[in-house]
Design a protein around this ligand. Structure first.
Ligand SMILES: Cc1cc2nc3c(=O)[nH]c(=O)nc-3n(C[C@H](O)[C@H](O)[C@H](O)COP(=O)(O)O)c2cc1C
Length: 178
């Protein structure tokens, strides 16, 4: 209730399956009285981390793109949702690229509830675990990022296919529970 919630939608498909589940989550979280903001990575310019470590002295990345504004919002949020289509049994490149860029706030970001939304054609949720493990590796690098909920959006391929599934209600309920 009354938490700052940041939803980061990774898919390039506007209105795609993971993006649609983000919106269901947002509906639930907003109805529950939270302050929710959504960022679509497809609208943002995000360069690769070059590993220069300039940020270790300054706390800021030297690249002039859209990442700093996203990192500021991540630091401010009480809860963060990361949503990705599954690409070759991994998170999408744009989400991984953002995660790599969090190195500039390494040691600063803590105490957040984390939620994950993943969608894929595969109907077996066990095959989503490799992608979830990637997110868990990210959390392990920061203090007190807590995994609070996961949507395994199984069996959805075409844009909009998710609308006919129980994942919609699951995402809404997860939002309500924030
Ligand atoms: C590059 C690419 C790789 C994909 N790899 C997988 C995969 O490994 N397993 C799978 O079940 N679906 C795979 N898919 C299907 C997508 O995960 C599926 O269509 C998903 O619902 C897309 O989510 P979106 O609509 O949010 O973009 C892949 C799709 C693309 C474009």
């Amino acid at each position: 209730m009354n938490k700052k919630v940041l939803v980061i939608s990774g898919s390039y498909r506007k209105g795609g399956n993971s993006d649609t589940l983000c919106d269901e989550f947002i509906k639930g979280a907003t109805e529950a009285g939270n302050n929710v903001e959504k960022i679509n990575l497809r609208d943002k310019k995000i360069g690769f981390c070059t590993g220069c470590y300039a940020c270790q002295n300054t706390g800021k990345c030297i690249q002039k793109d859209d990442v700093q504004e996203i990192l500021d919002k991540m630091e401010e949020a009480d809860a963060i949702v990361m949503a990705t289509p599954i690409y070759f049994y991994a998170m999408c490149g744009q989400m991984k690229t953002l995660i790599d860029r969090t190195v500039s706030i390494y040691g600063h970001m803590s105490n957040k509830d984390m939620y994950y939304i993943m969608t894929a054609f595969d109907g077996n949720k066990n095959n989503f675990m490799r992608t979830l493990e990637e997110f868990r590796g990210f959390m392990d690098c920061y203090s007190d990022l807590r995994e609070k909920g996961v949507i395994f959006g199984t069996g959805v391929y075409e844009i909009g296919a998710v609308k006919n599934t129980h994942h919609m209600k699951d995402a809404y309920e997860m939002g309500k529970s924030v």
